[in-house]
Design a protein around this ligand. Structure first.
Ligand SMILES: O=C(O)[C@H](O)[C@@H](O)[C@H](O)[C@H](O)COP(=O)(O)O
Length: 242
């Protein structure tokens, strides 16, 4: 039975440091059990702050970074190295400083990648990569982090969008209300297959959708639940309306 826990901390900086500390421990614990750890990264300001903080944590020295698989929850379908790509942000904030195994860094394809500007083919390629890593099923995720949009979107799953009904492991989406319109995202089913889903949000502009998602309903944020655990990690402003 999946457990839902809501943790509220005073502000965005404290939120980033507590999420970073949790993430480091979660990776250490996953490696103790499986030998490897599998983490799904997200974009946004809080996520960048979390990754910068991981870099400074002494406990991160206990992680064998060469045995960490990194995936992404979604990606803006832009050329490689574009500053608006979540991958670029994560590399700058943390990944470039780590002794990762490049074969375990599963960035979503860019619009100048092997499929060119064909986002559907890029999503199919990512689905194949997820399936290859999981021996025919979608790869196992120890923890999947998500930011929450002001409209209650997670990854690139926007409220009411037809992409919510798609069933591939990773899917292309073309008319996102927030730019850029073309993106690749994990499907809701893939997100719901993660062992733990962490929804991380700070700021008063998130208070409405978070209150609504915590009350149930069908916002994408409400439907993003982990198999074992769903952890809401919020600052006081984001938690204010619940
Ligand atoms: O274009 C996007 O899809 C967004 O960047 C996004 O999904 C982001 O993760 C959330 O909106 C939370 O972002 P913040 O942490 O910056 O509030």
């Amino acid at each position: 039975m999946s457990e839902t826990v809501v943790v509220v901390v005073p502000d965005a900086d404290i939120l980033a440091s507590t999420v970073a500390a949790r993430l480091v421990i979660r990776i250490i614990d996953a490696q103790a059990v499986h030998g490897t750890a599998s983490v799904v990264l997200t974009g946004g300001r809080v996520a960048a702050k979390v990754l910068r903080t991981v870099r400074e944590l002494p406990a991160a020295a206990a992680i064998d970074w060469s045995r960490v698989d990194l995936w992404w929850g979604d990606e803006r379908f832009l050329p490689s190295g574009d500053p608006d790509r979540n991958e670029t942000q994560a590399r700058e904030a943390l990944l470039d400083a780590l002794p990762l195994d490049p074969a375990r860094v599963h960035a979503m394809p860019a619009s100048d990648g092997p499929d060119g500007d064909d986002a559907t083919a890029a999503a199919a390629r990512y689905t194949a990569e997820l399936t290859a890593a999981g021996d025919g099923r979608v790869a196992r995720f120890d923890v999947l982090m998500l930011g929450v949009g002001e409209d209650g979107h997670v990854a690139s799953l926007f409220p009411g969008h037809p992409v919510l009904k798609e069933e591939g492991a990773a899917v292309a989406t073309f008319d996102s209300p927030k730019p850029p319109p073309t993106r690749v995202t994990l499907s809701l089913a893939t997100i719901r297959g993660a062992d733990e889903v962490w929804l991380v949000a700070a700021g008063a502009d998130k208070a409405g959708p978070i209150a609504s998602a915590l009350a149930g309903g069908d916002l994408p944020a409400a439907r993003a639940q982990g198999v074992r655990k769903t952890l809401w990690l919020l600052d006081q402003a984001a938690a204010a309306n619940r």
